[in-house]
Ligand binder design. Sequence first.
Ligand code: DC
Length: 221
Amino acid sequence: MSYQIAIDGPAGAGKSTIAKLVAKELNFVYVDTGAMYRAMALYCVKEGVSKDDEKAVVDLCRTADVSIRYIDGEQAVFLNGENVNGLIRTPAVSDAASMVSTYKEVREKLVELQRSLTDTENVVMDGRDIASVVLPNADLKIYLDADVEVRAKRRYDELVAKGEDPDYDEILSGVRERDYRDMHRDNSPLTRVPEAVYVDSSYMSIEEVKNTIIDEFKKVS
Ligand code: DC
């Protein structure tokens, strides 16, 4: 029997950082579902398909081969045989991913891939619809949240650390826009299922958030 931990929440709440640490501590496989939507979005950007043209996006995605491999324990996402991990974190791809992930057929294809990864492995999977759609029977469901200003500041600090000169207000309005789209789309919007444990990471350290989740898992395992 394998265990499933689902972590959902808005962009910038720290899901991937935390999910990776929890997976490492429990020796589970970490599945980053956002990377799959990002790979689809990258394909659209590369092929010059407008993210707003649902039919064109869906047609293109039908031809896409997205797969996951683990290289030295890290998830790598492959698009048509190419490792695209290094190409999917740009603002253009983030923006396109938030749009292409609203399309039903794109979601159906990726949900199938996500479920197939849980057949034999214990997983920590993060995304927006993991508890509600992808793994409705997960052993533990976490909704990881943080204030929008805190999430925007984290993103701002990340960019400053990379030597960039970002505009905080622009980042804040971008985060708000993505939140709105992720929460209000028709297909599998980000929701907090009633059985999920709510964790507000705004004023918690990474270690505290990780330990909270490990403690919750101990209660159910
Ligand atoms: O978690 P992330 O920022 O890498 O996700 C990129 C986009 O993909 C984000 O706008 C929401 C979408 N997404 C989704 O709709 N469902 C998921 N399970 C994961 C991500």
